[in-house]
Design a binder for this molecule. Structure first.
Ligand code: BGC
Length: 372
C-alpha cells in the first residue's frame, strides 16, 4: 500500500518544531519548483564492473531524459573515495536532485550534509545511506524479503519443514559495507537458522555465524565473483574431500553465485548429478543461462527497470513540488532518521519460469539466453 508523502507535511512539522523551540532544519524533501527542462539530476552509481549497475544507470538515465531532465551519471569503480568526490562535484555543479546508490552506505553522511546545506534533496537508490538525518527518500526492493525468498527456496527444496535432513550447506554473506547485505542475510537466516539449530542443516566448513548479526564474518567484500570463487575453492579443498556431499549453497546474489559455480565446476561437480542447490539474486544474464543449464537453482529477480522508473517518478514529483508517493508503514531506520521509503516486490526465477518471467516481461530475449 502506498501513500503520498507531502512536502507540505514536512514544512508543517518543521514549523511546529520552530514554534515549540526545537531547531527545525531537516529533512530536505523538496526543492524549489522547477520545470524539468531547467533541472539537472545527478546520478551516482557504485560500479560498472557488475552487470546490474550498468543496467540500472542506463535505465534511470533514459527515464530521466524521457521526462525532459538533463542528467549527469557517474560510476565509481567500487571505490568509496571516488564516489564521494563524484558526488561532491555534482553538488558543486548545483544539481537539483541527487540519486545515489552507495558503495558503502555508512560513509556518505558528510557529503549528504553538503548536499543538504545547498538544499539538494537526496534519494538513496537500492541501498540505504546510513548515519545521517539529511536524507530525503529511499527507493528499493524489499531486501529482507529477498533473503526470505532465498531461505524459503532452500527450505522447501530440501524438505526441511517436513523434517528431512541432515543436509550439508555452505553459507555466504554479501559485502560487509553494504547495508542491503544485512537485510538479505537477516531474511534468509530467519528461514534457515531453525534448521541449523535443529541439526538438519550442517556446514562442514563451520562457517556459520552465531546469529544473524554475525554474517559479516562470511561476507565477500565488493560482491566480488573472484573472491567468492576462491573462498568456495578453499572450502571445497578443505572440507569436501573423500566423497562429502554438498547439498546447498546460500549465495546472496548472482555475482557471488557465479564465482561459486566456477569453483564447483573446477572441482569436477556435475549438474544433475552432484551439483548443489544454489541461490542468487538479480537475474544477471550469465546466471539465468546457468539456471537453464542446471548450474544455479534460482535467482531473485529485481526488475531494475521498475526501480529506475520509480526513482525517476520520485525525482519528478520532487522537482515539480508534488507529493512524493512512498510505501505505507515501510520507513527504513538509518540510525538517525526514519527514511520515507518506496519498496518494490521481487520475483523468484527458476528453470521452470524463465520463459514466463524475464523473457515474457522483455528483460531478456529468449535468443540471448540460448532459448528457442
Ligand atoms: C544489491 C544487489 C546486488 C549487490 C551487488 C546490492 O546492494 O541490492 O542487487 O546484487 O548489491 O551489486
Amino acid at each position: 500500500m502506498n501513500r503520498k508523502f507531502a512536502p507540505w507535511a514536512v514544512v508543517m512539522a518543521l514549523f511546529a518544531m520552530v514554534m515549540t523551540g526545537c531547531v527545525a532544519e531537516r529533512p530536505t524533501g523538496a526543492t524549489a519548483k522547477k520545470d524539468p527542462s531547467e533541472a539537472v539530476i545527478g546520478v551516482s552509481m557504485p560500479t560498472k564492473s557488475l552487470e546490474r549497475w550498468n543496467r540500472d544507470g542506463a535505465h534511470l538515465d533514459s527515464q530521466l531524459k524521457a521526462k525532459g531532465y538533463k542528467t549527469t551519471v557517474q560510476y565509481a569503480d567500487n571505490k568509496t573515495d571516488q564516489q564521494i568526490s563524484q558526488i561532491q562535484n555534482m553538488i558543486t555543479q548545483n544539481v537539483d536532485v541527487l540519486v545515489i546508490a552507495p558503495i558503502d552506505g555508512t560513509v556518505l553522511s558528510p557529503v549528504i550534509e553538503s548536499a543538504h546545506a545547498k538544499s539538494i534533496p537526496v534519494i538513496a537508490y537500492d541501498r540505504l545511506i546510513e548515519g545521517t538525518d539529511a536524507l530525503s527518500y529511499y527507493v528499493s526492493f524489499d531486501n529482507f524479503y529477498v533473503g526470505e525468498l532465498q531461505g524459503k527456496y532452500l527450505e522447501e527444496e530440501l524438505g526441511l519443514a517436513k523434517g528431512k535432513g541432515p543436509y550439508n550447506i555452505e553459507i555466504f554473506g554479501g559485502s560487509p559495507d553494504d547495508p542491503n547485505a544485512a537485510q538479505f542475510f537477516g531474511g534468509a537466516w530467519s528461514k534457515l537458522e531453525p534448521h541449523v539449530k535443529s541439526g538438519k542443516l550442517v556446514s562442514p566448513s563451520k562457517k556459520v555465524p552465531a546469529n544473524k548479526d554475525g554474517w559479516k564474518q562470511i561476507g565477500i567484500l565488493g560482491w566480488d565473483s573472484a573472491k567468492a570463487q576462491s573462498e568456495m575453492q578453499t572450502r571445497l579443498n578443505s572440507f569436501y574431500t573423500g566423497g562429502t556431499k554438498l547439498d546447498a549453497v546460500l549465495s546472496p546474489n548472482d555475482s557471488l553465485a557465479l564465482g561459486i559455480e566456477q569453483a564447483l565446476q573446477a572441482r569436477g561437480f556435475t549438474p544433475g548429478k552432484n551439483w548443489p542447490l544454489i541461490t542468487g539474486q538479480d537475474a544477471d544474464k550469465a546466471n539465468v543461462i546457468n539456471i537453464l543449464a542446471g548450474k544455479q537453482s534460482m535467482t531473485v529477480w529485481k526488475d531494475t527497470r521498475k526501480l529506475g522508473d520509480r526513482a525517476a517518478t520520485m525525482v519528478d514529483e520532487i522537482v515539480r513540488g508534488e507529493e512524493v508517493e512512498v510505501s505505507e508503514g515501510k520507513e527504513y531506520d538509518n540510525g538517525q532518521m526514519k527514511v520515507p521509503t518506496y519498496l518494490i516486490s521481487p520475483t523468484v526465477v527458476t528453470k521452470e519460469n524463465v520463459a514466463d518471467t524475464v523473457v515474457k516481461e522483455g528483460f531478456y530475449k529468449a535468443s540471448e539466453l540460448g532459448m528457442k
